[in-house]
Design a protein around this ligand. Structure first.
Ligand SMILES: Cc1cc2nc3c(=O)[nH]c(=O)nc-3n(C[C@H](O)[C@H](O)[C@H](O)COP(=O)(O)OP(=O)(O)OC[C@H]3O[C@@H](n4cnc5c(N)ncnc54)[C@H](O)[C@@H]3O)c2cc1C
Length: 387
């Protein structure tokens, strides 16, 4: 059990590498082919304590920082695995730890840390609002000691494998608040306590194995103490979760990119065509070298964003830039790796086509490249807003 708080980051990296040795490419390929949830892998992360690194020690976790979590997820991806099965348990902590009450933390965190409760679902996106989060229409209405929730979320990943969900709702109409970001409220809801038919979870078939779903709420009654922080102020609470999510996913992209660059350079050194290794041709060698350079540059931005988050500095811009650079680097590495392996890239046993599909997601989710460019163009560089 990993409970050695003095373990250095390098020791964490090495220990996670050893854990990942038990889950090689064959394991991930099988999950992908059967579209199944990697329960054994998630259980191993729980048993070793790596999934609860961000939970403070007094609640049974290791009380480490986002940097440690980034190292864990990056290492999983660098080994060819996929942290998407469980990464939400890490990034939801950005909302819960910073804005949840002591009672909420005492109630939920020990169970999450020991693995008897799973907080794997983050319900923000809705079919009609898309990226424009302030236009969500799922409502929570105060009713005595409860709130009643109605609406629909889409792309709520892992909802079927989660006991708890961080859920963003509207508690006041967008038209009646001073700013569109006001009147939004965040809840930590227990899906196990849903009355029959009040929560319907429907899997969505996708090009990757991501356990994603749409979730309908039909008069879903939750206790009033499920509300995180102050009613109507939820947007700013969810942003802490979103910043953590962008940084952690950027770390996963760095892991993917390193996996793919190594795959490509190994293959290029071994594969002989026209009587010499293909990597001897600069047409093959240079794109791989360039991809490595882009990856290492992106990794520096991920480190900066993580360290700003850990020291409590505003880090929205850094988190966005890290996510953009890392997802572009991993996508470039995936394309270069495909080209390097030629026809063999299409054979599932190399794990390249799987990574190619998996890492493509991150130019779109959790926030798309265009929206990051727009943030930087307007909020950082002060150019006119387009929306
Ligand atoms: C596999 C998967 C898992 C996911 N998991 C979760 C989850 O667990 N929880 C959750 O809440 N959400 C989740 N999401 C949703 C994800 O965060 C969104 O798909 C993403 O934020 C993009 O939103 P959208 O799909 O609604 O795109 P839209 O907002 O409809 O945008 C479509 C395209 O138009 C572009 N665009 C939109 N407006 C502009 C503009 N003004 N200027 C320029 N370009 C623009 C966007 O960049 C994008 O490329 C997941 C999505 C996927 C695919």
């Amino acid at each position: 059990m990993f409970r050695n708080y003095s373990e250095s980051y390098e020791q964490i990296r090495e220990a996670v590498e050893r854990l990942c040795d038990d889950f090689p490419g064959e394991y991930w390929r099988l999950q992908d082919q059967e579209a199944s949830y990697p329960s054994e892998f998630v259980q191993a992360l729980i048993d070793t304590g790596y999934l609860s690194v961000l939970i403070p020690e007094e609640y049974g976790g290791s009380g480490l920082d986002l940097k440690a979590a980034c190292i864990i997820l990056e290492t999983i991806h660098k080994s060819g695995g996929n942290g998407a099965a469980c990464h939400a348990q890490m990034y939801t902590m950005g909302t819960l730890l910073r804005h949840g009450s002591v009672e909420q933390k005492e109630k939920w965190l020990p169970g999450i840390a020991e693995g008897s409760l799973r907080l794997q679902a983050f319900g923000v996106t809705e079919p009609s609002s898309g990226t424009d989060t302030t236009r969500i229409t799922t409502t929570a209405v105060h009713d005595g000691d409860d709130y009643i929730i109605n609406g629909q979320k889409i792309w709520t990943s892992r909802a079927e494998h989660s006991d708890l969900m961080i859920l963003l709702t509207r508690t006041e109409d967008r038209g009646s608040v001073s700013k569109p970001t006001k009147g939004l409220s965040v809840f930590l809801v227990n899906l196990n306590e849903a009355e029959e038919d009040s929560v319907t979870i429907t899997p969505i078939e996708t090009m990757i194995n991501h356990a994603t779903t749409s979730v309908f709420f039909d008069n879903f009654r939750v206790p009033a103490d499920s509300l995180i922080g102050t009613e109507g102020e939820g947007f700013k609470y969810i942003l802490d979760g979103m910043n953590a999510e962008r940084i952690l996913i950027a770390a996963e992209c760095i892991g993917d990119a390193r996996f793919l660059v190594k795959k490509a350079s190994d293959y290029a050194s071994e594969r002989e065509v026209f009587g010499r290794p293909i990597g001897q041709n600069q047409g093959i060698q240079f794109p791989i070298a360039e991809s490595h350079i882009q990856t290492e540059a992106a990794a520096l931005m991920v480190e900066k964003a993580g360290s700003d988050f850990d020291s409590g500095k505003p880090c929205g811009t850094e988190a966005n830039m890290a996510k953009l650079l890392a997802s572009e680097a991993s996508w470039q590495a995936a394309d270069v790796c495909m080209q390097t392996l030629g026809g063999f890239a299409f054979a599932q046993e190399y794990d390249v086509e799987r990574k190619f599909r998996e890492t493509r997601l991150y130019r779109i989710a959790p926030v798309s490249t265009n929206l990051i460019l727009s943030h930087v163009g307007t909020h950082v560089l002060g150019m006119p807003k387009s929306f």
